[in-house]
Design a protein around this ligand. Structure first.
Ligand code: 5SP
Length: 227
């Protein structure tokens, strides 16, 4: 049994008030931080200095999702800074194992992310080097897009390997997660749900987090809320 983890994405928050926006989602399991470089994805967000400041402003573990080229160069400093998770894209490097090992050696959990069109089969063998698999359910780059249900087969395939004891990692999903989609993701075997607009667009973001967690727990036999 796993606790359904909710990770609000600050991409949908007010960047001028990040400390307050982190406080607004108290009770979240992780705070998802989208780092975009305008090369790997067609958008530019924030980098290491903002993450260093956020680390001082919140106790919520930071789940840094690097949508950047050359993660081998840029990922370890996020781990050294104190990020809980540092996730990079399979499509951005020829040597994901080396990047994962560097992240872990620097003290963080290592995550591998795949775009919607990237198959998971070529990466199954190396997932033992990772603590999380982040399945993108929208094209990375922007919040507020529609959920792509066709990616759920990837989450389900990895869930099977976790349940059979062949792998130990968390299955995370990112993009278009809201009250209409969270249950399908939970049924597919997701452990951790990133939600941007569904949380920060809500009148009460902390209540939205609790609501998504309760929906996920109710939808899947592998999830139960740990208080
Ligand atoms: O990584 C990304 C987008 O590239 C996500 O983290 C989005 O920020 C999720 O936003 P919503 O789809 O939940 O609005």
């Amino acid at each position: 049994m796993a606790h359904p983890m909710i990770a609000p994405s600050i991409l949908s928050a007010d960047f001028a008030r990040l400390a307050d926006e982190a406080a607004a989602v108290a009770g979240s399991d992780w705070l998802h931080v989208d780092v975009m470089d305008a090369h790997f994805v067609p958008n530019l967000t924030l980098g290491l200095p903002v993450v260093q400041s956020l680390l001082k402003a919140t106790d919520i573990p930071l789940d840094c999702h690097l949508m950047i080229d050359n993660p081998g160069r840029w990922a370890p400093p996020y781990a050294e800074a104190g990020a809980h998770n540092v996730t990079f894209h399979a499509e951005a490097t020829d040597d994901p194992i080396a990047v994962a090992r560097d992240i872990r050696a620097a003290g963080a959990k290592a995550g591998l992310s795949v775009k919607p069109g990237t198959p998971i089969e070529p990466y199954l063998e190396i997932l033992k080097e990772f603590d999380t698999l982040l399945v993108m359910s929208v094209e990375p780059g922007f919040g507020g897009q529609s959920f792509m249900p066709e990616v759920l087969s990837k989450a389900a395939a990895v869930r099977k390997l976790v349940d059979s004891g062949e792998l130990t990692l968390l299955v995370e999903i990112d993009g278009g997660i809201n009250v209409d989609t969270v249950e399908a993701a939970a049924e597919a075997g997701v452990d951790c749900f990133v939600a941007g607009s569904a949380v920060y667009g809500a009148a009460d973001p902390a209540a939205a987090v609790r609501g998504l967690r309760a929906q996920a727990a109710a939808a899947s036999p592998h999830l139960t809320i740990v208080q």
